[in-house]
Write a protein that binds this ligand. Structure first.
Ligand code: GTR
Length: 414
């Protein structure tokens, strides 16, 4: 026994010595990086929009094979049922609760809040982390009953939402502001598609719909499951008469920002895409060793990416792509990338540079990118069709961010 304990102690110390993770926050240590050119695909040089359209799938396939896993090509029988409907915000908006059923095997609850108007509404759509009930204190929203990453008693006990969690993340949704600007809001909990832990896939779409979707759980990832869920929410949105289905703006914060980018690259029906502090594996360049790294993210969250992606740790230069190419796959749609100064872990500069690199592809469509600018100061959004800001404050999506997204939506999603 003693021998065994000694062995454990030695081996864990050895492991710790082998790889003590200390995030780099020193810009001078990042060095010079060379990014793959989005316009060179295999041995082909892309020089026109038609060429890009013909070949962009090659990039998507690379991201699917090396990083995020497959997106199902097959579809599953989806039944959308309206569960309840009520006026909220003093009659300014109508809140509907929808149940999406997939082949009788998986259900997801979607909240749809629309301005009360005879016009079809443009909407913001995104997943939430800890249950629909966290977006508002309204007691008509059912309390999510699956695993959530939140865990602060009495709001969440053992990662299960309690009634006290109603409205916990209302500031991240700014529903009234969104409604007053003429937009709707649509959300579902990411855990309805896959609970966010290493073996969460066992209870989610990757396992339960494996036969219908024609993929084994290991063929895809949590990011893929969430992205797939977003596309099914878009199917629902496009079936609702009061919604302008061509004006669905996809957004996501942090890990759900990564999923939103993967969804936006695959599903071109999304009218615009917003990445809020999506960081490593999202908008930030992986080749920049600053804040979170491939090694760290794939060790902390093995279910977010394919195991193959983990093998690029410490050899990031060998990745056949970098995240600026994922962003470029949104072309020619409007894209907003946002960072926060207090969130160095997400590498704000890596997010900015990634957004800046998009213009090569956008130019093929005659569209402008961020141009020849340096990283802007705090709270100074730059760009138009492609926008970027870094605000003060911590890792979050807050009122300031929403003010910018609403303005962006009004100006670019016409
Ligand atoms: C962190 C993770 C980030 C980001 C974040 C979040 O722990 O390292 O990549 O996704 O979680 O989702 O809040």
């Amino acid at each position: 026994m003693k021998k065994f304990l000694f062995f454990c102690l030695i081996s864990s110390t050895m492991m710790a010595q082998q790889k003590p993770f200390v995030a780099n926050y020193d810009e001078s240590k990042v060095g010079t990086i060379t990014l793959p050119d989005p316009l060179i695909i295999g041995s082909k040089k892309i020089s026109s929009q038609a060429d890009w359209e013909k070949n962009r799938a090659t990039w998507l396939t690379l991201f699917a094979d090396q990083m995020y896993g497959q997106i199902p090509k097959k579809s599953v029988k989806q039944t959308n049922t309206l569960i309840s409907q009520k006026e909220i915000l003093g009659g300014k908006a109508v809140q509907s609760i929808w149940k999406m059923d997939f082949a009788g095997k998986v259900q997801a609850t979607v909240v749809v809040i629309l301005p009360k108007s005879s016009k079809k509404a443009p909407v913001f759509m995104g997943l939430n982390f800890c249950g629909n009930q966290t977006i508002s204190t309204d007691d008509g929203i059912p309390i999510f009953d699956k695993y959530v990453v939140c865990n602060n008693d009495p709001k969440f006990i053992n990662n299960i939402s309690q009634a006290a969690s109603r409205g916990e993340w209302a500031s991240r949704w700014q529903i009234e502001k969104v409604i007053d600007a003429g937009f709707g809001t649509i959300t579902a909990a990411c855990g309805d598609f896959e609970e966010d832990f290493a073996t969460g896939y066992k209870n989610g779409v990757r396992t339960k719909l494996a036969i219908e979707l024609g993929l084994k759980p290991e063929d895809w990832t949590a990011n893929g499951a969430w992205a797939w869920g977003l596309s099914r929410m878009l199917d629902l949105a496009q079936s609702i008469q009061q919604i302008d289905g061509k004006k669905v703006i996809l957004h996501g914060h942090s890990r759900l920002g990564k999923a939103a980018l993967w969804a936006g690259a695959n599903d071109r029906r999304f009218a615009a895409i917003i990445s809020n502090e999506s960081g490593e594996g999202g908008a930030a360049l992986s080749r920049r060793i600053y804040g979170e790294t491939i090694w760290r993210i794939t060790n902390s969250f093995p279910h977010w990416f394919l195991p193959r992606y983990a093998s690029y740790a410490d050899r990031e230069n060998e990745l056949p792509f970098d995240q600026h190419i994922l962003l470029s796959l949104m072309a020619p749609r409007p894209v907003y990338v946002a960072s926060a100064f207090g969130d160095q872990w997400s590498d704000p500069k890596g997010e900015f540079l990634s957004a800046k690199e998009m213009e090569k592809v956008y130019a093929l469509y005659g569209k402008k990118g961020l141009g020849n600018i340096d990283m802007p100061g705090l709270n100074q959004p730059v760009g138009k069709l492609i926008r970027y800001h870094i605000r003060d404050g911590k890792h979050d999506i807050n009122e300031y961010d929403w003010e910018q997204y609403i303005k962006f939506g009004k100006e670019e999603v016409k």
